[in-house]
Design a protein. Structure first.
Length: 346
């Protein structure tokens, strides 16, 4: 028999229940300033973190392999400082009063402004087969496309396909819907339109006489104002008869008499059909510049009378014949323009 008395020791404590285990951990990570124009934040590098869990009385978080920071509220703020756009692993921990814990994690991409541009849109063509319909649409048909071209543009895999991380636009000699040739012309129209930025396209061009590859941009108001009033920005064109030369051109409508105006320059690129090169443009409020492999060869100053102050979309295509394709090699059977990636920065 056990009895109690007022003289019993005050050191007695009930046994501790060590079976309390946190559950339902939720991690919420907010990159400050993230929106459609700033997909990786506003450049401040600030991350707001909230952690909650059932049966938890202490929380902690860690960025990559940094030391763990803990508190009882589960509300944290962290500012990363590595410049540019970088990925971070956010680990979250919830602890119970009995020393048990659970964890979860999330990877976030954060942009820290260092005066450099930020990647806002890209396609690396990593998925084999048809193109990403959220990024690309197609122009379909024949009719010369205003330049006397000979191809019929299709959306078939035979003419446009992603394989092994590369987009292939394939032009072919074949009878199709009344045309003797087929090819493809893809565009971001209505899916990704933007004003100002840097565009980079890494590409290898077709080698056959008569093929006319192009990487270019067209004003998004084209359906309403027409061409050339909408403006056209040609990052790269190559004629069908000179595969050692690249063209860069801007087209617009003369405000004084509504005639077509343009300014273009060429540069040598003798390995355009045997090696990949990065064709790029920098487009700002005051100028447009063109580059091959980071070497500038074209620049035009802009002013309010020119139609390069509004949204444009990207077009990739290979034409056959026409004003810049010229005579098609009678022995032509097929040709391919290969695109490793398309990237847009702001």
């Amino acid at each position: 028999m056990i009895s109690c008395s007022s003289s019993e020791s005050d050191d007695f404590e009930p046994p501790i229940d060590d079976s309390i285990i946190p559950t339902n951990i939720v991690l919420t990570v907010e990159v400050v300033g993230l929106d459609s124009s700033n997909p990786n934040g506003d450049g401040s590098g600030q991350i707001n973190i909230n952690i909650s869990a059932t049966n938890a009385d202490k929380f902690g978080f860690r960025v990559d392999s940094d030391p763990i920071v803990e508190n009882v509220s589960g509300v944290f703020s962290k500012t990363v400082t590595q410049t540019g756009t970088n990925s971070y692993l956010i680990s979250a921990f919830a602890h119970s009063s009995t020393g048990n814990s659970i964890s979860t994690f999330e990877t976030v991409v954060v942009f820290v402004d260092n005066g450099q541009v930020q990647l806002i849109w890209s396609d690396e063509f990593d998925e084999d087969g048809s193109l990403d319909a959220s990024k690309w649409g197609y122009d379909i048909g024949a009719g010369g496309w205003g330049n006397g071209e000979s191809q019929y543009y299709t959306d078939r895999l035979e003419n446009v396909v992603a394989e092994d991380g590369v987009l292939k636009i394939i032009s072919k000699k074949e009878n199709f819907s009344g045309s003797a040739y087929t090819s493809a012309r893809i565009k971001t129209q209505g899916k990704f339109d933007f004003t100002y930025g840097k565009v980079e396209v890494r590409a290898k061009l077709p080698s056959t006489e008569g093929t006319w590859p192009a990487i270019w941009m067209l004003g998004a108001d084209f359906p309403t104002v027409g061409w050339p009033a909408c403006g056209e920005l040609d990052i790269m064109e190559q004629t069908g008869w000179d595969k050692n030369t690249i063209l860069a051109t801007c087209h617009w409508q003369n405000p004084s008499d509504a005639s077509t105006a343009s300014y273009g320059l060429t540069t040598s690129n003798p390995t355009s059909t045997t090696a990949f090169h990065v064709y790029a443009t920098e487009w700002t409020e005051t100028y447009i510049k063109m580059f091959i492999d980071d070497v500038e060869y074209y620049s035009i100053d802009l002013n309010p009378s020119l139609p390069f102050d509004h949204d444009f979309f990207i077009i990739l295509n290979v034409a056959l014949g026409g004003s810049l394709g010229g005579t098609i090699d009678p022995n032509f059977s097929s040709g391919i323009m290969e695109i490793d990636y398309v990237r847009v920065y702001q």
